[in-house]
Design a binder for this molecule. Structure first.
Ligand code: PLP
Length: 393
């Protein structure tokens, strides 16, 4: 089996499993307990916090552990909504955000918040002009722009957007769930106030995330109770998963320092190059320059993405037609629509996503299998007769 769906989730790294196991067996004590064994567990949490902080250039006390990326996004957006209120404030976001940002913001709009959703250019990058206009027309409020898009892998102009928002007096959050662990991130240099990340996108298990809260920012907790995480997210800590997240963060930091991500991009570029050379009607979507090393987003004329996915699955290659969170919905992707990609091209796309565990042999084999699947489907569907689609996400 060749796994090329790493934007949906990644395989847990064996060293992460190894680091977690003692906290599922012998170190089961509550980290809030006063005896020595409890303190050992507490120390493991603090070590993990340090690792996560280092990965993004933050201070330890600026990191709050959460249950997932969705929780991080909801926690911060709901806090901002409560702090700013709906009377005078504006919420500025992007059209291509993940549903874990779009949905909470939609809920705010439903109760009367003034929301502006800014579009992207054809290359999938935020239209900074309209973003600036929206921010400058706000008396107060907050902005939320993703660091990298989950479908296309396109990196957004976060430093510029953050600067625009903050100089207009708006707080700035970024959903960096598809960026952390894949590219260098430094919260100090970028100036963001809030950042969300999720462990399962970089070889920690599913169900653990973190939120960066810049020192001194106002924050209203969603979860109130025992006061864990310095009162910012109550609930007894998920110790094994926190330890796993810390280990994955340290592995990613090491990989980024060694520039190991360059080889991920090399596999991705190799696959794109071979497909473009060896098949007709192949279009690479999104900015080629500003993108994470892990993602290829490709349209195959005359093929239905959903059909390709099924054929490839049968031949042992796992890819996605888009964002895994949305698979099953009968509609083209909101991201591709925002980029102005025609509906038919959008439906004939695959998201092929890599990780540090992907090998060149697997990439080569995947190229061959994709070629066979595309040719087979074209024989059945032909030219522009793309079938009634569909599962696009
Ligand atoms: C950009 C982005 N934001 C948020 C999420 C949700 O994260 P989680 O699955 O940890 O809740 C995802 C997951 O696909 C994502 O890609």
């Amino acid at each position: 089996m060749i796994y090329l769906d790493n934007h949906a989730t990644t395989k847990v790294h064996p060293e992460v499993v190894e680091a977690m196991l003692p906290f599922l067996t012998e170190h089961y004590q509550n980290p809030s307990s006063g005896y020595r064994a409890g303190k050992t567990v507490k120390k493991a949490i603090e070590n993990a916090r340090g690792e996560v902080a280092q990965l993004i250039g933050a201070k330890e006390e600026e990191i709050v552990f959460t249950g997932c990326g969705t929780e991080s996004n909801n926690m911060v957006l709901k806090s901002l909504a409560r702090i700013y209120g709906r009377k005078r404030s504006k919420v500025v976001t992007g059209e291509i955000e993940h549903s874990a940002v779009l949905k909470p913001i939609q809920a705010m709009e439903d109760v009367g918040f003034d929301v502006v959703r800014c579009g992207v250019r054809a290359d999938g990058r935020l239209d900074l002009e309209s973003f600036k206009e929206a921010c400058q027309s706000a008396e107060t409020g907050f902005a939320s722009i993703m660091w990298a898009n989950n479908e296309t892998g396109v990196i957004q102009p976060i430093v510029e957007a953050c600067e625009i928002a903050r100089s207009a007096g708006l707080a700035f959050h970024t959903d960096a769930i598809q960026a952390v662990g894949k590219i260098e991130i430094n919260v100090r240099e970028s100036g963001v106030d809030f950042l969300s990340l999720s462990g399962h996108k970089f070889h920690a298990p599913k169900g653990i995330g973190a939120l960066y809260l810049r020192e001194g920012v106002r924050f209203e907790p969603l979860m109130r109770g025992g006061g864990q995480e310095a009162g910012r997210r109550s609930g007894t800590e998920n110790v094994p998963y926190i330890v796993g997240l810390g280990k994955a963060a340290s592995l990613m930091r090491e990989a980024l320092q060694k520039d190991a991500h360059r080889s991920i991009a090399a596999h991705r570029d190799f696959l794109e190059h071979r497909l473009v050379q060896e098949l007709e009607g192949v279009t690479l979507n999104g900015s080629r320059e500003h993108r994470v090393p892990t993602c290829a987003h490709i349209s195959f004329d005359g093929c239905e993405g959903a059909g390709l996915l099924i054929l490839l699955d049968e031949s042992g290659v796992q890819v996605s037609t888009g964002s895994a969170c949305m698979t099953g919905k009968q509609q083209p992707s909101h991201v591709q629509m925002a980029m102005g990609i025609p509906a038919q091209q959008a439906r004939s796309s695959l998201r092929i996503s890599f990780s540090g565990m992907t090998t060149r042999e697997e990439t080569q084999e995947a190229v061959e299998k994709i070629k066979v699947a595309v040719r087979k489907l074209r024989q059945v569907q032909g030219g522009d007769r793309v079938g009634p689609v569909v599962v696009y996400s």
